[in-house]
Design a protein around this ligand. Sequence first.
Ligand code: DGP
Length: 114
Amino acid sequence: MDCIFCKIANKEIPSDIVYENEKVIAFRDINPVAPVHILVIPKEHTESVQTLDDKHLSLLPDIFKAIKEIAEKENISESGYRVITNSGKHGGQEVFHLHFHILGGENIGKLRCK
Ligand code: DGP
């Protein structure tokens, strides 16, 4: 499958990885829109929230555990941050492998969606 995030998860293309375990990997966004901009993905491919089946849904606790740990490591757990997932064309999704943006390190404001 020609998926850039699968290639990142498989280390076929380089990225700045900040967290990894057997199910989840997180890396810095190539075009950051905030001082901290990290993408958290399941290693196993699924397109978006809209394609989550029962197996993928069971990964969500791992993803949110990763988000919490990353926020602590990046020193944004107290100042706060935003978690976003874009789904489909009208949701502004560009890479069709489920991912959660973590945005922080400054006041994100209300309207910035990634
Ligand atoms: P979205 O619009 O929600 O699908 O966001 C996709 C994000 O992925 C976008 O902010 C840029 C980022 N991105 C795309 N290609 C790469 C890449 O090769 N490496 C990294 N680190 N980030 C990427």
